[in-house]
Design a protein around this ligand. Structure first.
Ligand code: 5RP
Length: 237
């Protein structure tokens, strides 16, 4: 966790641990991606060592590798198309529990796993809680159509950029073999409408806007002392 200030790391750890403690014996769960989920995996592995029976569907190669390393049994959506719950991180969450994900380019599998789960538990530190969603919306695109998709994304009012890899020349290639287009929006007044509009563009695989899981979402906002738990019951209409 090098580079993450200790207070933020502690908040992520607290949220991840609290989520891991919500997993019940016999559950099949979605395993999200990212540094906060990493803490959840760490804690869950201790519970598995103590006898908890669980199987996880990983949302990325990174999570699959970590889960294997930490002794968490893995399964697939093919074998378990319906999950008891999914646990994941987020980049921004608004007061209606709509969110933006995809910093790690894993949002397509993350959305598939969230959609398969009865309950979606999202673990974040407080900096992720915002009054309105804005800024970068990651969009996974098939390489063949990326330029025409970008032209259509511009029409939705954003500045789109193909995400560049850090330790590889050229674009980031997702776990699904696609590109990521990071779309910079000044504001996102209607996240559900934007999610639907992006999804309509041929060549788009999935966007990082998660607006349709609010009814079964629980957000755990990590804090060194006591985590805050938010559900749809806390949403002010
Ligand atoms: C990856 C994601 C992550 O869940 C999100 O970026 C949060 O990551 P972190 O817990 O490291 O802040 O959407 O695609």
């Amino acid at each position: 966790m090098a580079g993450i200030p200790e207070a933020i790391a502690a908040a992520k750890r607290a949220a991840g641990y609290q989520a891991a403690d919500m997993v019940e014996d016999g559950m099949v769960i979605g395993l999200g991606t990212g540094s906060t989920v990493f803490h959840m995996i760490e804690r869950l592995s201790g519970r598995v060592r103590d006898g908890l029976s669980v199987a996880g569907v990983p949302t990325s190669y990174q999570t699959a590798m970590r889960a294997r390393e930490y002794g968490i049994p893995l399964t697939t959506l093919d074998d378990n198309p319906v999950l008891d719950l999914a646990i994941d991180g987020a980049d921004q969450i608004d007061p209606q529990l709509r969110m933006i994900k995809g910093r790690g380019a894993a949002h397509t599998r993350e959305k598939c796993v969230a959609a398969a789960a009865f309950r979606f538990i999202v673990v974040v530190d407080e900096a992720k809680m915002v009054s309105r969603l804005s800024g970068v919306v990651p969009v996974e695109t098939i390489p063949f159509a990326t330029m025409t998709v970008m032209a259509q994304l511009r029409g939705l009012g954003c500045r789109p950029f193909i995400r560049e890899a850090v330790k590889k020349d050229g674009p980031v290639i997702t776990d699904n073999g696609n590109f990521i287009v990071d779309c910079h929006f000044e504001e996102i007044p209607d996240p559900a409408a934007l999610e639907a509009a992006i999804a309509m563009i041929p060549g788009v695989v999935e966007s990082g806007i998660f607006s349709r899981f609010t009814g079964n979402t629980t957000v755990i906002v990590g804090c060194e002392k006591k985590c805050t738990v938010l559900t749809s019951a806390d949403v002010v209409p």
